[in-house]
Design a protein around this ligand. Structure first.
Ligand code: C2E
Ligand code: MG
Ligand code: MG
Ligand code: MG
Length: 292
């Protein structure tokens, strides 16, 4: 676009911007290789309930570049989106996630765990997204009700009807949905009611300030209330301190994710983390739940 404009118009580049563009182009080219060269990995961050027991994990993509080291998602996900690479990358993430769920579901004490996967707009908007995921679910033979897709408000509002249609098709197969980074976008109450949602994730920015900023505390309390009245689970992300945890518990938030509980970690480490905690609490099984 800049090139086309440059042909008959004066186009001013500052050196800073040029470096930025060259760097982005180089990173995009490298990212193209990343899938084939096994440079991508999923890290998992556990999610816990009010008692601190694991309920699942969120899959977070990591790119281990041979010379740049670990490249943060904030840097490469936008490039993957704009280049379209998010489609094969996202497909890879979903395959990995289903394989992870199959492993958990082969263990008695882990089969109740949910795995949440971030899905970006460009990926979800592919016409064959639903068909591909349904095929993947059939192939992997997992219990699809343990798969949670995290969508953002901005994705949903871009094309509400298409989003709702796709969500319903997948929901019919058992797949659950979470609205990520909730509170930062523009979704309306009417929209929330229309979506087959399972969970709302309170954005980290509100959690960060919840103990010392009454505005954030009010937002968190309101989101929790709203979610409960709609029959949705609320999970707070980015819990870093016991004070934040306590404040959110007091505001009747029942699910948590954050460094205070566990950082994102490689899949094998997360397996050990979960096994340790799910084993010490065998009473989570359905037999004892009825007596609670
Ligand atoms: P997100 O989905 O909101 O994920 C939560 C982010 O918060 C993760 O950052 C996680 O590491 C970080 N986090 C969790 N607990 C804490 C905490 O206590 N303190 C702080 N400071 N941070 C915490 P991460 O892994 O860097 O991912 C950033 C974003 O990149 C994600 O935000 C998500 O939007 C995107 N992303 C990550 N993996 C994927 C993926 O597989 N596909 C797509 N489309 N997007 C992804
Ligand atoms: Mg997320
Ligand atoms: Mg989030
Ligand atoms: Mg976020």
């Amino acid at each position: 676009q800049a090139k086309a404009a440059g042909r008959n118009r004066l186009c001013v580049f500052d050196p800073q911007m040029q470096t930025g563009m060259a760097e982005r182009a180089a990173l995009t080219a490298a990212l193209r290789e990343a899938v084939d060269h096994r440079q991508l990995a999923l890290h998992l961050q556990p999610q816990v309930d009010a008692r601190g027991l694991p309920v699942g994990a969120e899959a977070l993509l990591r790119w281990q570049h041979p010379t740049l080291g670990m490249v943060a998602p904030a840097r490469f996900i936008p490039l993957a989106e704009s280049s379209g690479l998010i489609v094969p990358i996202g497909q890879w993430v979903l395959r990995q996630a289903c394989a992870q769920l199959r492993q958990w579901q082969a263990c008695e004490e882990l089969r109740h765990l949910e795995l949440a996967v971030n899905v970006s707009p460009r990926q979800f908007q592919q016409p064959d997204f639903v068909a591909q995921l349904l095929a993947l679910l059939d192939d992997s033979g997992i219990d699809a009700t343990r798969l949670v897709l995290e969508l953002t408000e901005s994705l949903v509002v871009e094309d509400v009807q298409d989003t709702v249609d796709k969500m319903r098709q997948l929901h019919r197969r058992g797949v659950r949905f979470a609205l990520d980074d909730f509170g930062t976008g523009y979704s309306s109450l009417a929209l929330l009611r229309q979506l087959p949602l399972h969970q709302i994730k309170i954005d980290r920015s509100f959690v960060r300030d919840v103990t010392h900023d009454s505005g954030s505390a009010t937002i968190v309390r309101t989101i929790a209330l709203l979610a409960r009245s709609l029959g949705l689970q609320v999970i707070a992300e980015g819990i870093e301190t016991p004070a934040q945890h306590q404040t959110l518990l007091a505001q009747r938030c029942r699910f948590f994710q954050g460094y205070w509980f566990a950082r994102p970690m490689p899949q094998v480490d997360c397996l050990a983390w979960l096994q340790q905690r799910c084993r010490v609490a065998p009473s989570v099984s359905s037999s004892s739940r009825s007596t609670l």
